[in-house]
Design a protein around this ligand. Structure first.
Ligand code: SF4
Length: 199
């Protein structure tokens, strides 16, 4: 089959996005192979998908993190793409400008990645282990609660309140985890409780 197409007509045809299969059907036998050859493979096919929650605000949009590198083989995971989770009931795949820029946030060299401690009187922060951080936080909370917990007010009414330590929770979580965190704080009698999203 021979087609009498001028160069201009051909470009117009190609510009209109005619699929390679259609070109093949019109007699351009090599068009299909040429089309396939210049299409890059989908870059996310060999990645690992991890579901998570956007850490920025209390909307808590669902995200999918795409990474390369198999941790089970001792490789370092390298995040190459983050996008909204279309199956998430909150955002249905959409992200605001901050959420859309999450990859830069994750890869930022200034992002805090481990606990830091500034000793009393010091002007510098030092890195400590997670275990040391948890132990220290638990110790300080326990000591303060033992000293300052108020079981009854001056009229003898049970109040069970602890007003000298507060908690600032993060919004990068699900409703269920937020509920459990709130219950944990309130079960200790903690009165001062707020969320990062309101700061
Ligand atoms: S994507 Fe935007 S709206 Fe959604 S949680 Fe992140 S900051 Fe909030």
């Amino acid at each position: 089959m021979t087609l009498d197409l001028s160069r201009r007509s051909f470009l117009k045809l190609a510009g209109a996005g005619v699929a390679a299969t259609s070109l093949g059907a019109m007699g351009f036998g090599e068009a299909e192979a040429a089309e396939i050859a210049h299409v890059r493979p989908f870059k996310l096919t060999s990645t690992t998908e991890t579901r998570n929650t956007c850490p920025y605000c209390s909307v808590a949009c669902g995200i999918i993190i795409y990474s390369r590198g198999d941790l089970r083989k001792g490789e370092k995971a390298d995040i190459i793409h983050i996008e909204g989770d279309v199956d998430h009931p909150t955002n249905r795949g959409t992200l605001c400008a901050k959420g859309a820029a999450l990859k830069d946030f994750v890869r930022s060299p200034t992002r805090l990645q481990y606990p830091m401690h500034r000793k009393p009187g010091s002007d510098t922060f030092e890195r400590i282990s997670w275990n040391d951080a948890f132990d220290r936080i638990a110790r300080l909370m326990k000591d303060d609660r033992d000293t300052n917990f108020v079981a009854e007010n001056t009229a003898g009414v049970p109040v069970n309140r602890w007003t000298t330590t507060g908690m600032l929770a993060a919004s990068a979580t699900t409703n269920e985890t937020a509920w459990a965190t709130f219950k944990f704080a309130k079960s200790l009698g903690m009165a001062g409780f707020d969320n990062q999203a309101r700061v």
